[in-house]
Design a protein around this ligand. Sequence first.
Ligand code: ADP
Ligand code: MG
Length: 343
Amino acid sequence: DSYLIPKYTFDKFIEGDCNRLGRAAGMAVANKPGLTSFNPLMIYGGVGLGKTHLIQAIGNEIKQQFPEKFVLYVSTEKFTNQFVNAIRNNSIEAFTNFYLQVDVLIIDDVQFLSGKEKTQETFFNIFNHLHQSGKQIILSSDRAPRDLAGMEDRLLSRFKWGLTADLQQPDFETRIAIIQKKLQDDGIQIDFEVLEYLAHSIQTNVRELEGVIISLMAQASLTRKEIDLDLAKATLKSIVNEQEKELSVENILEAVTHHFSVELSTLQGKCRKKENVFPRQVAMYMLKELTNLPLKSIGYHFGGRDHSTVIHAVQSISEAMETDKTVEKTVKKLFNRFNLNAN
Ligand code: ADP
Ligand code: MG
């Protein structure tokens, strides 16, 4: 099983200025896997901008053109879990050998390799073997290689060997084209003023755009109405209201793990590395500021740390916010997700 999802094709991946280079490079790689200088091909960009879609499309296209090739898509999370299991079961060799058989390795969200030294080392070896044998490697990441913290230099330098292309927020025209395509696929036509309204109102990312269209189609069929401007406005309004996050420990922790691309287990774990300590302290600070939880309970959510650790975290972040604009901005942005202002 290659774990490719058939619906993610080039045909469905709308081209715009925001993704032109990545799309073209992806096509080139799909036509000649392992034979272009785009090896590895590294696609990076923010959440919901089409990384998974694009790298899956490359895999699907290769399968189409070269059915004999072993194309494998794997998320970094899954790769890591498999590796951890292999350690536990004493089967690292089998794990590595499996990956060495692959002709095209597609690995999604490599930012999650951050701080995982052993996994990085094994991935480095697999990478080298595959690359030397002319196999194609395709990577995605939520940020540029230069901004990936907690990654070994030799691995980072490998990431930059081939071509690095970023996906950006789609511009207005591309958003129009994406909405049109999604509706068209469902045989729905809407007025241009509604299209324009939607494309103007949703500027964040494609996933959100898609979410709104799906809700809109559901609303229309539920109420047996046409998709008109009124329905579009009402749907968007109800979605925005829903998105205002409820204040809960889970949502706060989720916001922090999401923002810093760390896993919950890392946030709650004991690792003293700077890139893990900072998000952890931010999370403690937010819980202290946003909830009425006693310090002891806050500590409890972080693997049973005591209240002095929480006090220390709160002090560090308060001080950092005063002296460091980036920290201040980061924390305010996180507070904003709950529609509250950081003081
Ligand atoms: P990421 O992996 O970057 O978070 P995804 O690849 O999961 O983003 O994309 C989110 C959603 O948006 C998917 O359903 C995808 O099909 C859609 N999408 C993203 N970019 C495009 C595009 N250029 N054209 C059409 N659909 C897109
Ligand atoms: Mg993705």
